[in-house]
Ligand binder design. Sequence first.
Ligand code: HEC
Length: 116
Amino acid sequence: MKRLLLIIIFIIAAVAVSPPNGNAIAGRQLFKKEECILCHTINKKGGTMGPNLSTIGKIRSYSWIRKQIRNPKLDFFTPNSFVIFHGKIYKSIMPANKKISADNINKLAQYLKSLK
Ligand code: HEC
């Protein structure tokens, strides 16, 4: 009985955190519009100041990506926690995107999560 309850809780949790579908295409457009592409390369197009995101969906979860876009400085002790740029060490040099709406952040995150 206890085990059944655990399984049900697990299913509810999985459904609750799974991203809504259908926005990945909008996210791809936002990636250009919000200038992410200036620093990030996807499929051989884009800048190189930030990490290549061509397969980001393989290594990061949807919620992790969302947090990173919203507030890059949260970047919890991952290998990206420190960035060395022009000889100086930064906690994070990706600009925080306070002006992007929550809805558009979700779309961007869905797009990136779909890259594998
Ligand atoms: C000024 C350059 C710059 C811009 C613009 C930029 N980023 Fe970044 N991004 C970085 C750098 C540098 C990192 C490495 C970690 C850090 O500095 O926070 C990074 C890290 C990331 C990561 C985590 C990568 C990993 O290895 O896990 C994601 C996801 C990401 N950026 C998405 C975006 C999105 C989406 C946008 C547009 C809204 C964007 N970035 C705009 C420079 C940038």
